[in-house]
Design a protein around this ligand. Sequence first.
Ligand code: SAH
Ligand code: MG
Length: 197
Amino acid sequence: MDQEFLIRKIEKYADEKGVPIMEKDGMEFLTEFIKLNKVKNILEIGSAIGYSAINMALAGEDVMVTTIERDKDRYIEAVKNVKKLGLDSRITLILADALSFNTSEEYDLIFIDAAKSQYIKFFNKFKENLKPKGYIVTDNINFHGLTNSDKSKMSRNLRQLITKLERYINFLKDNDEFKTRFFEVGDGVAISRRKKK
Ligand code: SAH
Ligand code: MG
């Protein structure tokens, strides 16, 4: 079976099972970014069923992806999908909570796409694994257009989540160490890079 077909099947599965994979235009934006900037080594926080890891790996023949997922069922599905695509040699899947997973590897790009309430923690932890000129990319900055919108009609849980995401956006805007650009693509994508000293 060809790649395109297999990828469409993963999209269909995600849609049916309600797995929040990256939106198509956001995904394309990210793979173009990887190509343009010759990104080779990627660390992803939040694999889900491997959709974004697979797309990133397909951005270039020498792109290597390490990706962390804490949900066992999703991890198993990701392992299957990566195998089907024949990408086992370039995608390493790790079943773990990212906040308790430690590595001394350094990456060209770190893609944060896990629990939205923990974004500041992910950022601060994994910036230590970023090469000096590397990029931290964050997905779901807009959260379906809910960040910076009226919270009065939201459920308590949603309101807390949105408040945390807004706190993350401000954390990026006010960051002394990193400069961030925000892109209105997909569900909102941020790209951060260390400021020149
Ligand atoms: N990047 C994927 C989508 C990820 S959805 C894609 O676009 O294809 C977010 C995933 O992050 C969920 O599957 C969730 O289980 C996982 N997750 C949330 N918090 C996590 C954590 N602390 N460590 C590891 N995985 C986490
Ligand atoms: Mg996402």
